[in-house]
Design a protein around this ligand. Structure first.
Ligand code: C2E
Ligand code: MG
Ligand code: MG
Length: 806
């Protein structure tokens, strides 16, 4: 060490040594700053920065060496071989470039780091000893191998240390430290290397291959080097400041774009330069892996042509367009792409925004589905039915085939809603839809077009037998008991069928024809299938017209009540008058209730008509000269659809009629459709003090069981029994049994339809409480109440009793 210091002090011009030291330190700092730049580079190679660092470092080593050599005072002027001098600078640059390149790519391996240090140290040493060798022409050069070894060791050690500490060069202190280690590597080698050298000057050579050393030359080289280095450093620092600002701006931009929900990325010529975290999330890949990829790789293959067209983002491409992004999992995400031309990193680039359309597409699909399907059963609705029917007809027209339209209506569905609630009704409809679907073929369509109305379109229905069989299966499927919320529910269904092209050539006419056939089935007693027949149409048209006119009848006062007497079964005394409705139709004259009451029952007209009957009958009875009872007929659908007890109570109060004078007649079908609800209404009526009669007894189903469900005040034996009295001998037995049963249950018994004295004679022996029939009086608008008329009726009962034959 002492020898080295003595060498510096005694054999060197200290001023020039100082200059060389400044060159060295400055050069090293500039080198380190360039090395720092290589660490800031992202997404591209840092070849230029590495080369610049090597050039600055190599030149600095060389400048230090040259100035320091000129500061060396061997006693006389020295000549430098230009070839050797040029080679020495070349080796310094090439060696340090290789070392920096290895350092940059060492990926944390200590062995590679050692190799890089060794290379850098060797570059410095190579430069130095080649530079020393450049003096060979003017001096004999002797090397002390120990100092040579030490110089090499010092150089590689400091170089390795410098590269090891150059891991993170963002801070100024770290850069200064690394610059110091590099300077030590250079100075350590140079001055130890100079101690190792002994020069024996010889004659100066002649020729142009040499340059003669002098202090002035050293000063010029040194100062020029320093000026270049300072200038370079200044440019570097300014550039670094600018790039730092750009990096910060980029970081700010990234932060903002990461906050966006939309995917944002920047590309140039199809290569991704930047992407936000929403993009990484959508594609399922880290940002680093996305940068540098081709834009086409991020989208579905079928989008490539459209993407290529938009790659340059011309003004006509500014409108958003839909594409599909390919995720790392292989899925496709629908997006809306918009782009803008921007400047990025000082060059033109394209910013792309992608809006995720997944949710919007899902909503759209849902809305589309809802627009075409019934929300409860998920079956096609009326609109989609129309489309499917049109398609089926198109196909049938091509292949001379047939299409069948089956209109289905659930019978007895309404009571399910009333009794078990709407949730149960809904559950039943869903089950019904499933059952029907199970009976259909894949090409067929089943739609729900109303509360309990369905339509099936049977494509390819060339054989009517097959259509009939399928429709029959549909009806049968709905007639099997349903299990809903723990209840067993039994309904049935009716179906009307129309065929294309025989029954109609458009969807509308076909549907109307099938509906007409259905209407007919319901008329005839439900639970079956009927094919459309042209005759049905006229009938149903007429009926619809009548329905319309009936709607106006109440306002136009075309309705009237006729009254028919019910007489005592023993004395013939009038006890009650039954109010029977008549319609004075402006064209058809007097229309029978048998014709229009069922019509009214199918719509809510029965409610209005029924209310009018209750009120009119009570008003009439209140004005009668004697306290005869008035009997009114209430139909089952009227009982279900309106609050009959309330209407009755209101009428009684309005006309101040004693409730005991009102009899409500009701047929047993009311107890078949929804017995519990009916019993509740009847109980309310009974609570008002009104009498209740079971009308048309014996025509219905298992009549006896209904008699036990509700205790009526009276049963009215249907007139068909009386008519058959003379024809069937067992009829009398049946009538007698009914009379006895009624009496045993505490009910009065009335016989309807007594027309002849013979019938009266037979019936008198049966102990009937009341009788009604043309024999005693026909229904008439005015009461037949004059004394002679009443006496005439009573006279019928004075005749001797005929012996009843059983
Ligand atoms: P219903 O309640 O059984 O009425 C008795 C029907 O038998 C009446 O027919 C009456 O004219 C008829 N009749 C009475 N005695 C004889 C007879 O000796 N021989 C024959 N052949 N017929 C006789 P109408 O008035 O045509 O009524 C028919 C049905 O229409 C009634 O049967 C009743 O169910 C219904 N109806 C009548 N008025 C009303 C009403 O205001 N409201 C409701 N909901 N239904 C009504
Ligand atoms: Mg009646
Ligand atoms: Mg009757």
């Amino acid at each position: 060490m002492m020898t080295v210091l003595e060498c510096v002090r005694q054999q060197h011009d200290l001023g020039l040594v100082g200059l060389s030291a400044v060159i060295c330190v400055l050069g090293c700092f500039v080198t380190v700053t360039l090395m720092a730049l290589t660490q800031a580079v992202r997404g591209r190679s840092c070849a230029w920065e590495l080369l610049s660092a090597a050039v600055v470092f190599g030149s600095s080593v060389w400048a230090l060496h040259f100035v320091a050599m000129l500061a060396f005072l061997p006693g006389r002027a020295t000549a430098y071989d230009l070839g050797f001098t040029a080679s020495s600078i070349a080796i310094a640059i090439a060696g340090s470039h290789a070392a920096f390149a290895l350092w940059r790519h060492r990926s944390g391996s200590p062995i590679l780091l050692g190799c890089a240090g060794l290379m850098l140290g060797s570059a410095v040493a190579g430069m130095h000893y080649l530079g020393v060798a450049a003096m060979h022409a003017s001096a004999l050069i002797f090397f002390n191998p120990i100092y040579v070894g030490v110089s090499f060791l010092l150089s590689t050690t400091f170089a390795t240390l410098a590269l090891a500490r150059a891991r993170n060069l963002y801070g100024l202190a770290r850069r200064a430290e690394v610059a110091l280690w590099l300077a030590l590597a250079i100075c350590g080698l140079h001055f130890t290397g100079m101690t190792a050298v002994t020069l024996a000057p010889s004659n100066l050579p002649e020729g142009s291959n040499y340059v003669l050393g002098s202090s002035a030359l050293a000063l010029v080289v040194g100062l020029v080097s320093i000026a270049i280095l300072i200038g370079g450093l200044a440019i570097l620092l300014i550039q670094q400041y600018l790039s730092l600002r750009a990096v910060r701006e980029l970081a700010r931009m990234r932060l903002l774009s990461d906050l966006a929900h939309e995917v944002l990325f920047i590309h140039r010529a199809g290569t991704v330069l930047e992407v936000n975290s929403a993009g990484a999330r959508m594609i399922g890949m880290p940002v680093q892996r996305l940068i540098g990829r081709n834009v086409l790789d991020l989208f579905a293959a079928h989008d490539a042509p459209a993407l290529m067209r938009r790659m340059t983002c011309r003004s006509e491409d500014l409108l958003p367009q839909e594409f599909e992004v390919r995720t790392s999992g292989g899925g496709l995400v629908p997006v809306e792409l918009s782009c803008r031309n921007i400047e990025f990193g000082g060059k033109p680039a394209i910013a792309v925004a992608l809006r995720d359309l997944t949710e919007r597409k899902r909503d759209e699909a849902r809305i589309r589905h809802l627009a075409l399907h019934d929300a409860l059963t998920e079956l096609p609705n009326r609109y989609l039915l129309g489309q499917r029917l049109a398609q089926a007809m198109d196909m049938a027209a091509d292949g001379a085939n047939s299409v069948a339209v089956v209109c289905l209506d659930l019978d007895r569905f309404k009571p399910v809603n009333d009794l078990h609630g709407h949730a149960a009704g809904d559950a039943l409809l869903v089950q019904a839809a499933k059952r029907m679907l199970a009976e259909l073929r894949p090409a067929d369509t089943l739609a729900r077009v109303g509360g309990d109305e369905f339509v099936a379109v049977l494509a390819d229905a060339s054989a009517p037998d097959q259509v009939s069989e399928i429709a029959g299966r549909l009806v049968a499927a709905l007639s099997r008991p349903f299990r809903v919320e723990g209840h067993q529910i039994e309904i049935s269904a009716s179906a009307g069928v129309a065929l294309y092209p025989a029954d109609g050539r458009t969807g509308d006419t076909l549907l109307r024809a099938a509906d007409t056939a259905l209407y007919r089935v319901k008329d005839e007693g439900r639970g079956t299938v009927r094919f459309f027949e042209p005759a049905m149409d006229a009938l149903i048209q007429a009926r619809r017209q009548m329905e319309y006119e009936l709607g106006l009848a109440v306002e136009r006062s075309e309705l009237q009540l006729f009254y028919q007497p019910l007489v005592n079964g023993c004395t013939g005394e009038i006890e009650t008058f039954e109010a029977l409705i008549r319609w004075h139709h402006p064209e058809h004259g007097l229309v029978s209730p048998a014709q229009f009451i069922p019509l009214a029952e199918r719509s809510d007209l029965i409610v209005r008509i029924g209310a009018w009957v209750i009120d009119t009958a009570c008003a009439a009875a209140a004005g009668w000269p004697r306290p005869w009872r008035v009997s009114i007929n209430v139909s089952p659908s009227q009982l279900r659809q309106s609050d009959v007890p309330m209407a009755v109570a209101a009428a009684l109060a309005r006309h101040n009629l004693d409730a005991a004078r009102l009899v409500v007649e009701i047929t047993e079908s009311v107890l078949i459709e929804d017995a519990d609800a009916a019993v509740a209404v009847l109980t309310k009526l009974r609570g008002l003090g009104v009498r209740l009669a079971l009308d048309d007894f014996g025509t219905g189903y298992s009549s006896l069981s209904y008699l036990q469900r509700f205790k009526f005040d009276k049963i009215k034996i249907d007139q068909t029994f009386v008519r058959r009295l003379g024809e069937h001998t067992d009829t009398l037995t049946i009538v007698r049994a009914i009379v006895n049963l009624g009496h045993n249950l505490g009910m009065q018994v009335t016989v309807e339809g007594v027309e002849t004295v013979e019938q009266l004679a037979i019936l008198r022996g049966l102990d009937c409480d009341q009788m009604q029939g043309y024999l005693f009086g026909r229904p008439a608008p005015a009461l037949k109440v004059s004394d002679p008329e009443r006496a005439q009726i009573r006279a019928l009962f004075v005749a001797p009793l005929m012996r009843a034959v059983s």
